[in-house]
Design a binder for this molecule. Structure first.
Ligand code: CAA
Length: 248
């Protein structure tokens, strides 16, 4: 059933592991999907691959850590699509290291790409959503924003910050039909997780009661649900999908 016909969705980091699955699931639900990217060659290759699978995605280049870049993206998409109804703040990076070894650059890059971006991107579209009386902001946080993680003071701080943003903006937009929610994925089988040293990764998988990494589609399904009309009463929530690794 196409429950999101006529809606436009922007997925930041849309050409990545979880991002691609989110783009597909929202398109399957009837959305016009715009995937944001930063690396031109990778994005063109991705667009062609998606077209071969039958998906006609729009793509937009933007460094989400730059407010000026996001402003330009906002002006372009608001003009081209008459606003964006669903924003999925999914772009994220890791630069892991113990705090004692962490450089200011490692800290700054992760905070800028993972958290400043949420302000930079959401800012461009919330007025339009509130004026229309309908909108969805979905922030892809992380299990490690809930429980912390050895080697991730930067990432965990950014991901926990995302949910603070979620709860606050949710209160400001609730009366105007705009919901704001976080999803906290656990360890999902993407390049980001496969980049962890194998022995460390195996120890992490051993802590997941379901006994395996998650699939990008399992996060995308939750995004599509939160975007749907069925989820209209859910706002300011942080929904975990982590195979039972962490419960709160
Ligand atoms: N808990 C407690 N102690 C630990 C530990 C842990 N998890 N990991 C390592 N240590 C210990 C080591 O045994 C070592 O002890 P000794 O000095 O006594 O030998 C000490 O801490 C220092 O360890 P290292 O020298 O290995 O530190 P490092 O800087 O080389 O490596 C690290 C640290 C790269 C962060 C490594 O621990 C690591 O890769 N951890 C995993 C980080 C992780 O989970 N990242 C998630 C990426 S995916 C993602 O973020 C997606 C998502 O949302 C889930």
């Amino acid at each position: 059933m196409n429950r999101l016909n006529g809606k436009t969705a922007l997925v930041t980091g849309g050409v990545g592991g979880i991002g691609s699955a989110i783009c597909k699931k929202l398109a399957d639900a009837g959305c016009k999907v715009v995937a944001n990217y930063i690396d031109e060659a990778h994005a063109q290759e991705w667009k062609a691959k998606m077209a071969a699978e039958g998906y006609d995605f729009a793509i937009v280049k933007c460094d989400v850590s730059s407010f000026d870049d996001c402003k330009a993206m906002g002006e372009k998409l608001n003009a081209e699509f008459g606003g964006v109804d669903i924003v999925v703040n999914n772009a994220g990076i890791t630069k892991d290291g113990t705090f004692r070894k962490m450089s200011p650059d490692q800290w700054g890059a992760v905070l800028n790409v993972n958290l400043m971006s949420v302000f930079n991107v959401t800012k461009q579209f919330v007025d339009g959503m509130m004026n229309k009386g309908w909108g969805r902001v979905i922030n892809i946080s992380s299990i490690n924003g809930q429980k912390g993680q050895f080697g991730q003071t930067n990432y965990a701080a950014a991901k926990a910050g995302m949910h603070g943003f979620t709860m606050s903006l949710a209160q400001e937009t609730a009366k105007k039909g705009v919901t704001v929610n976080s999803i906290s994925p656990g360890y999902i089988g993407t390049e980001m997780v496969m980049a962890i040293a194998e022995d460390v990764r195996n120890q992490i998988v051993a802590q997941i009661p379901i006994g395996r990494l998650g699939k990008p589609e399992e996060i995308a399904a939750l995004v599509a649900f939160l975007a749907s009309e069925d989820a209209a009463f859910i706002t300011g929530a942080n929904i975990a999908a982590n195979g039972g690794q962490h419960m709160m």
